[in-house]
Design a protein around this ligand. Structure first.
Ligand SMILES: [Zn+2]
Length: 473
């Protein structure tokens, strides 16, 4: 079930005040999000909520259905969110907002992490020097062990470097791992770890969660030739991907370590896969499911990239002069209200005067994106569960659309994210098309093809572009 976070009640007035097109849209999005959050709430908590606030289910429905809210109704919404937060022990009810994304490790945490990281990099060096070749060959295939061992060597070096650097290892305050299902977010200069990993760092066993996650993350941190997450161990194709794909994918390195730790050399079986699923499906359905999983994974990563960029725009607008078209298109794709703002120009302060400024980006906009990522995370890797064959003959493109629709139906938690399921599929496909593992140019189209520091997304990707054009007629 996707985890739905809502904006802080204190941020709500700035979002939905006034009569502009933007505030109208923001209010609609907020109501949808609250409806989604209520739908995913524990039933007993929900009863407490309605009881304490003296609301009936019908009252709530009416609130969420009304055209524009007056002040008392708006206060009711805030009370609902505040009560949800009060009832929730996980702390995952409210989206943190445009806060700094990371925090430093405390002294105690740093000591525990250093000990763990030392063990992890020692084992990776061991693997690199050939002490565990049978496992490396078992996972990557005979003849590919040297390349894999190079990555292990680089990962050990990168982990040592990040551990020593100030700000190299930080904690993810946005709780992306809990809500977006990513273990950590790593590049060559920083590894952002989930709170849960930092808390578990005392367990240094090789088959433990902290150890294995650190292996996975380290392989992302090579300055050159770092891995990506094209596949995860729960994906159906994980078992039979080709060696080049395996070498570029973090979870295969983690798998080597797991096999060493458990002394289990057999070819692994992905978790939560029913082995019988594959045999009962037609070849066409299997192919479409494979393509659909790729699109879902690409969409999930693109959505995360967009969120992180817009989150940075909210905090440091001066760095984004020239990103206006990007922001307009990204906002349309992610369903935020930013593109309804008449002027979305970014300015950078000059030497003499002025200040950095950009369009107002509310925590409600960020929360809308957070919700979408949570939904994509819940659907990612799930196309293999679609076993219902379509009732009409479909071409390859429509077939993938069919599978995506089924996945959203089965794993979207019955939540509403846009006008319709069809529109959701269009958005998922368009976000997927921006990712280097999906589009034919094999490029991350969110950035300029020639310069990763410059914006891409000069136009909406298909099929969103055609959808948008039709809507304008
Ligand atoms: Zn990863």
């Amino acid at each position: 079930m996707p985890r739905i976070r809502l904006p802080d009640p204190k941020d709500i007035d700035e979002m939905i005040q006034g009569v502009s097109k933007r505030s109208e849209m923001a209010e609609r999005k907020l109501k949808t999000a609250i409806g989604n959050a209520l739908a995913t709430m524990d039933p007993a908590d929900k009863r407490t909520l309605t009881g304490d606030l003296r609301l009936t289910d019908l009252d709530i429905q009416n609130l969420l259905r009304r055209d524009r809210l007056d002040d008392p109704a708006r206060d009711r919404l805030k009370e609902i969110i505040a009560k949800m937060r009060e009832l929730d022990e996980s702390g995952l009810t409210v989206y943190p907002g445009a806060v700094q994304s990371h925090r430093e490790l405390s002294k105690t945490e740093r000591t525990a992490m250093a000990a763990l990281a030392a063990d992890v990099s020692a084992l990776m060096r061991d693997i690199a020097s050939g002490h565990h070749d049978p496992y490396v060959k078992n996972v990557f295939g005979d003849g590919f062990e040297d390349e894999a061992k190079k990555v292990f060597k680089g990962a050990a070096k990168a982990l040592d470097r990040l551990m020593k650097a100030s700000g190299g290892l930080v904690v993810d305050v946005m709780r992306k791992s809990d809500v977006w299902s990513c273990g950590g977010l790593t590049n060559s200069t920083r590894m952002a770890l989930p709170e849960s990993l930092v808390a578990a760092a005392g367990d240094r066993s090789r088959s433990g969660y902290a150890f294995l996650t650190l292996v996975h993350e380290s392989t992302h941190a090579l300055p050159k030739g770092g891995t990506t997450d094209v596949l995860y161990e729960h994906h159906e194709r994980f078992l039979n991907a080709n060696p080049q794909a395996k070498l570029a994918t973090a979870d295969y390195y983690k798998e080597v370590v797991r096999q060493i730790a458990t002394a289990a050399g057999r070819v692994f079986t992905p978790q939560d896969v029913d082995a019988h699923l594959s045999t009962t499906r037609s070849k066409d359905l299997m192919l479409a499911a494979e393509a659909a999983d790729k699109v879902l994974n690409g969409a999930w990563v693109s959505a995360i990239r967009i969120h992180d960029t817009i989150h940075s725009m909210a905090r440091a607008p001066g760095n984004f002069v020239g990103w206006e078209t990007w922001l307009r298109n990204a906002s349309r794709l992610m369903g935020t209200s930013v593109h309804r703002e008449p002027d979305i120009a970014f300015t950078k302060a000059g030497l003499m005067r002025g200040r950095n400024s950009g369009p107002p980006i509310h925590s409600g906009d960020l929360a809308v994106m957070d919700n979408k990522i949570a939904m994509l995370a819940a659907c990612n890797g799930k196309a293999k569960y679609v076993i219902k064959e379509p009732t009409v003959a479909l071409g390859p493109e429509d077939y993938v659309g069919y599978v995506l629709t089924e996945v959203l139906r089965m794993f979207g938690g019955g939540l509403k994210f846009s006008k319709s399921l069809d529109k959701d599929v269009i958005v998922v496909r368009s976000l997927g098309a921006l990712h280097e593992s999906v589009n034919s140019g094999r490029k991350n189209l969110l950035v300029d093809v020639g310069n990763a520091k410059k914006p891409g997304l000069a136009q909406l990707p298909e099929p969103m572009r055609s959808y948008d054009a039709l809507k304008r007629i």
